[in-house]
Design a protein around this ligand. Structure first.
Ligand SMILES: [Zn+2]
Length: 538
């Protein structure tokens, strides 16, 4: 790497709770060096603390009100049920709408490389090399890299796990042990490409690993055991987990070595992870019971759904939806009588409430002037909400979108973000009778605080604080001697690293544009299955 270069290592779902303990026990010697000789702290994600907005804000330095990307799928702001996939397309790099920090660096003449960052498919022209990450379709498809032949010399490189196919064949999820073995192999398959792209004439390399998030969504309990219990009590799964973390640490070690002593490495995450929930809270069922959301035929539809005819009722609703050719899933909901509905972020303990706003939504029913009073009432009702079978509050905090975001994409955000207590999983359950229900899960839950670390030439070792995810983009640019574009929301983390001496004004950089890649129905189905297999969707 050129002197003064920057290596950004992204750990999806990274938390020091796991990395720190494994560094301590000798499983992750590279991370031990980062803790001993570098700086570390927490990286606070955006609201909601979820993979798509987290990485997008990290890449662009913009808050979600400016990029408007919250979901795996992209819909029109007029549509309902934003997180659902019916007839939607997957979020693509062309939806970012803002330049990333490596676009700015590239425009200033810096040589960049980006490997495996989520939501970067299709790849777009950068001043160097880009290999796309999560949401890249499997197989031989255009758009996986820039230049197009970047992977030609790396036949071993694997864009992602293969096991979506396995599920089709067996009709169930692949065994955890298979997933863990494959994850270590995939991590190893990235080594040669990532090392080459961190060596030589390079100013900035961004390398992302998503394995930790996957492990944590499939095997949180076993992961806790490798952190808290002695090796003698481990089973096969625990040993495979440790093998995975060993291989991850080893690849990271190779990258730091390739970057050389004059480079600075930053460790970042899109959110953290913690112990999973044990109760479901069905937000749309609650809105229905509280009179904010109306089903067509009301109790009849709900009763049909809950009865022994459940299967038939579900099928009827599916057929109904197909016939109606609606872009969203709200057929069966009386939108004219619906004031608000809930929007989900899977394992994040936050859900959104979107108002059925007149002039914005396709069948909007609430006048803009009536929204403040409606939000006040919703907030009061949410705060008074109790779980009949458990003690303690359900709702921890209700946030107006204006409190947590700001920008031209605000109408892509729900009006309220509602944080629930960690034991609750916000679920949909529009037609279910019970608002609350116990749940058993192997999955961890997202936490807002993730991992931040720095190692190498320009690090201030005394740092022990926290930073915001939007601060990473301007900080990387400052390390490279560049000012951040004026519209980035984050600030340079001068207490974590020492920026270059004089900063050059930021050049104009364009938002990603890529040649449109047409996905087939099969590609789309495979991505969807893949997300579900990996635990991103309930
Ligand atoms: Zn994530």
């Amino acid at each position: 790497m050129n002197p003064g270069g920057v290596l950004v290592i992204g750990i999806d779902g990274g938390t020091w709770d796991v990395f720190g303990a494994l560094a301590e026990s000798g499983v992750m010697p590279t991370m031990r060096r980062v803790l001993d000789d570098g700086a570390h702290g927490e990286l606070t994600s955006v609201v909601p603390w979820y993979t798509v907005p987290g990485w997008t804000s990290l890449m662009t330095g913009a808050n979600p009100g400016r990029h408007g990307l919250l979901h795996w799928v992209r819909c029109d702001p007029a549509d309902y049920w934003e997180s659902r996939r019916a007839r939607r397309r997957f979020t693509a790099s062309t939806d970012l709408g803002l330049p990333t920090f490596w676009d700015v660096a590239g425009a200033a003449g810096k040589k960049v490389a980006v490997v495996n960052m989520p939501i970067t498919f299709p790849a777009w022209p950068v001043n160097g090399v880009m290999v796309t990450g999560l949401l890249t379709p499997a197989g031989d498809i255009a758009g996986q890299s820039h230049p197009e032949d970047a992977l030609a010399a790396y036949p071993e490189y694997r864009v992602d796990l293969r096991h979506a196919k396995g599920r089709e064949a067996e009709g169930k999820l692949p065994p955890l042990e298979t997933l863990l073995r494959e994850m270590a192999e995939v991590t190893e398959s990235r080594r040669r490409l990532m090392v080459d792209l961190t060596s030589g004439d390079r100013d900035l390399t961004v390398a992302v690993f998503v394995g930790m998030d996957r492990v944590s969504h499939r095997a949180w309990a076993q992961q806790e055991r490798i952190v808290t219990e002695p090796e003698g009590s481990w089973g096969e799964t625990e040993r495979l987990l440790v093998d995975y973390y060993r291989s991850l640490d080893s690849v990271i070690g190779s990258l730091i070595e390739a970057a050389g002593p004059e480079a600075t490495a930053l460790f970042v995450s899109d959110h953290g992870l913690g112990r999973g929930p044990d109760r479901k809270f069905r937000a749309n069922a609650w809105l229905r019971d509280a009179g904010y959301l109306a089903l067509r035929g009301g109790r009849v539809q709900q009763a049909a759904y809950a009865s022994r005819l459940k299967k038939a009722a579900r099928k009827a609703i599916r057929v109904w939806r197909r016939r109606a050719k609606r872009p969203a899933e709200h057929v069966g909901v009386n939108m004219a009588a619906t004031k608000a509905y809930a929007v989900h972020f899977s394992w994040c303990p936050v859900f959104g409430i979107a108002v059925n706003e007149w002039g914005v939504k396709r069948e909007g029913s609430v006048e803009p002037a009536d929204i403040p009073a409606l939000l006040d009432k919703l907030t009061d009702d949410l705060q008074a909400l109790g779980d009949p079978d458990a003690t303690g509050p359900v709702v921890v905090r209700v946030m107006r979108r204006e409190e947590v975001a700001d920008g031209p994409q605000m109408n892509r955000l729900p009006h309220l973000f509602v944080e629930v207590a960690p034991r609750y999983f916000p679920d949909d359950g529009l037609r279910r009778r019970n608002v609350f229900e116990p749940m058993e899960t192997a999955s961890g839950r997202h936490t807002r605080e993730g991992l931040l670390g720095a190692f190498g030439a320009r690090v201030r070792r005394q740092f022990r604080g926290a930073a915001r995810i939007e601060d990473i983009a301007p900080t990387v640019l400052a390390l490279l001697g560049l000012e951040a574009p004026p519209d980035m929301d984050g600030k340079v983390l001068t207490d974590l690293v020492q920026p270059a001496d004089a900063l050059q004004a930021a050049p104009d950089a364009a938002a990603p544009t890529a040649t449109a890649v047409r996905l087939t129905e099969d590609d789309r189905a495979a991505i969807e299955q893949h997300l579900r297999d990996l635990g991103y969707e309930e």
